[in-house]
Design a protein around this ligand. Structure first.
Ligand code: AMP
Ligand code: ZN
Length: 441
């Protein structure tokens, strides 16, 4: 994980501030979790380990395969469902051979994404996980996908952080920008089970907009948003400077692109009642530009550059407005926030990471950027979140749980299927008699 404190971009967090927990020697034994994520087009399985109640979660092994959507121009739900169904048992077997688990030495806990996501895709790994939990007599945790993204910085992801006794992790209450192919939201978290979505998208997600715009600009592949970033990064610096100076207001004869930040025109209130993101207009502007302009290399580069610039400025502006709005309210919920997580596939984008430092907040913010490979959907984040639910909340899921297509973060515990974990079962799984909270107190 990279954690930075603006403007010291790139300085690891553990070099900037020590962590408060000093109880890493209480380990009794380690425990392992097998985790599944298939909410969209990735089939991903991971094996995780925790060596002590206060230590970080470590990734022992992870395997991911993705549906090829190049020819279909987007994800087709039935194709994704078949892909997961077909490949999941082979991927688990391969991971088991590599990491040394299987029917004769099963992991201690099973975690799988329960929602939100595409129902067919979710069903494939949730059913598989339920089968393993039954066959191996292990507890199951049906995890919230966005909680996975939100807790990702707590995974020990970088070589020097793994053996750090006290790796720095975001402290509650903290804010997260979860920005991916299916979601774009700003979330205020006050505990593992208490989350409030402060800003949500009114239409499509940022990743969806970037993917579709990139395809309109002629890029093809899986994750065209990532290809768009590559295209922008390859533009020579002097050309980027020139692009930066040209306003995208449609008046340039050379680059007549018209692109503006949504929800900012005179007809909108500067501080609206509900702060929102909006990304659909980026797609209509880029599509119109592509139709009306002969696409030279320079035109494509300019459009890609301006798209990233203005879309990310919109994100930063809405977050800043959320802070301004909070400052005007009687109960200032953001006044204690010091830590800020940026996660989800688009969170891997370097230009977005740099721009976020420009968020206008009353307090200096400490930014947490998970490792780029952990930003996009992965099973490790689901295992990490499942372990946190099991340990901190002492909850597991019953084997009758169904996938949940739409599952608001606020309703994490308000859905059916949660069951209390007894002290005896907690000890059987973890080997510990007490969890972090009881050790701290
Ligand atoms: P997720 O839904 O979290 O798996 O993230 C997938 C989304 O993130 C897709 O829309 C990708 O195009 C987008 N994405 C992944 N990497 C990048 C990147 N470096 N820059 C912009 N978008 C990205
Ligand atoms: Zn995701």
């Amino acid at each position: 994980m990279t954690a930075i404190s603006c403007p010291d971009y790139g300085i690891p967090n553990h070099m900037l501030r020590p962590n408060l927990v000093g109880l890493h020697n209480v380990s009794v034994r380690h425990y392992r979790a097998l985790a599944f994520e298939s909410s969209c087009d990735d089939t991903c399985v991971a094996l995780l380990e925790k060596r002590s109640p206060t230590g970080p979660v470590e990734i022992l092994a992870q395997k991911k395969e993705t549906v090829n959507s190049v020819t279909t121009g987007g994800i087709v739900p039935l194709r994704a469902f078949h892909f997961h169904q077909k490949n999941i048992s082979r991927i688990v077997t391969e991971l088991g051979n590599e990491a040394g688990f299987g029917p004769s030495s099963p992991p201690d806990l099973i975690c799988a994404t329960r929602g939100p996501g595409m129902v067919g895709s979710l069903t494939a790994s949730l059913q598989f996980a339920k089968g393993l939990a039954y066959a191996w007599d292990r507890p199951l945790v049906g995890t919230h996908h966005m909680l996975g993204h939100l807790l990702t910085p707590k995974i020990s992801g970088s070589a020097n952080a793994i053996d750090e006794p006290n790796p720095l992790v975001p402290q509650y209450p903290y804010l997260s920008l979860l920005v991916s192919g299916g979601h774009t939201m700003l979330v205020l978290s006050s505990s593992v089970h208490s989350h409030e979505v402060l800003v949500d998208t009114i239409d499509i997600a940022a990743g969806d907009a970037l993917d579709k715009c990139a395809r309109a600009l002629g890029l093809s592949g899986n994750m065209t948003g990532r290809l768009l970033e590559q295209l922008v990064e390859e533009i020579p610096p002097e050309k980027k400077q020139l692009f930066h100076l040209i306003a995208a207001d449609g008046t340039s004869t050379q680059f007549p692109l018209k692109l503006s930040q949504p929800l900012k025109s005179a007809k909108h209130q500067r501080i609206p009642e509900t702060v929102l993101f909006s990304f659909a207009s980026f797609l209509s502007s880029i599509s119109r530009y592509v139709q009306e302009t002969e696409m030279t290399i320079a035109q494509r580069q300019y459009a890609a550059y301006k798209l990233q610039q203005i879309l990310f400025e919109h994100i930063v502006d809405r977050i800043s407005v959320a802070f301004e709005k909070d400052a005007l309210e009687s109960v200032r919920r953001l006044s204690r926030v010091r830590d800020f997580v940026c996660s989800g596939g688009v969170g891997a984008n370097r230009a977005l990471r740099k721009k976020l430092c420009a968020v206008r907040s009353p307090n200096p913010l400490q930014f947490y950027f998970p490792d780029i490979k952990l930003c996009t959907d992965n099973a490790a984040m689901i295992g990490n979140a499942g372990m946190e639910i099991f340990e901190q909340l002492r909850l597991k899921s019953n084997l009758g749980i169904l996938p949940i297509q739409k599952w608001p973060m606020e309703d994490l515990l308000a859905v059916d299927g949660w069951e209390k974990v007894s002290d005896e079962e907690f000890k059987k799984v973890t080997g510990w008699t007490q969890n972090v909270d009881s050790i701290k107190s």
